[in-house]
Design a protein around this ligand. Structure first.
Ligand code: CMP
Length: 140
């Protein structure tokens, strides 16, 4: 089925100047970028976005990292977009990510892991609504 997923290019990958290389991978995999914005998240925004992880030991470091610089946020649309994007990203820990994945190629650590992608349709809908009003999404 055609799905939408929320993707974030994290501060490490923005700083490395690889937004275009990551976008090319989305496009080559048949994922359409149907909304996008660059932003520097506030602490409140980062905490709200990652609220499901609030009780996890890595929460504080995760928030600190996500507000350390600008991020690029986009909605990807396509056939099985959620799992397709997760395949492109590779494992959360770049040391465990398969060769040729975004995290294997661009990420340095489990915190500075280059990209975020929604993990299920329900979370995708919530995450997309965090950043984009319906009128800012251009389905094709
Ligand atoms: P992300 O997909 O953005 O979702 C939560 C983030 O927490 C994850 O990517 C990692 O960057 C970060 N993180 C840090 N430590 C862990 C951990 N032990 N397990 C999962 N995520 C972690």
């Amino acid at each position: 089925a055609v799905e939408r997923t929320l993707s974030i290019i994290k501060p490490d990958a923005v700083a490395k100047n690889v937004i275009g290389q990551i976008y090319s991978r989305f496009e080559a995999a048949g994922l359409n970028i149907i909304a996008a914005r660059m932003m520097h998240l506030s602490r409140r925004e980062a905490e709200a976005f990652y609220a499901v992880h609030r009780e996890r030991p890595f929460f504080k470091d995760l928030v600190e990292f996500m507000i350390s610089g600008p991020v690029m946020v986009q909605v990807l649309e396509g056939e099985n977009a959620i799992s397709k994007n997760r395949e492109l990203m590779g494992a959360t820990d770049p040391r465990k990510a398969e060769k040729g994945t975004i995290r294997a190629d661009f990420a340095a650590s489990i915190d500075a892991n280059a990209v975020h992608g929604s993990d299920a349709p329900e979370t995708a809908a919530i995450e997309i609504a965090c950043f984009f009003p319906t009128l800012a999404i251009f389905s094709r």
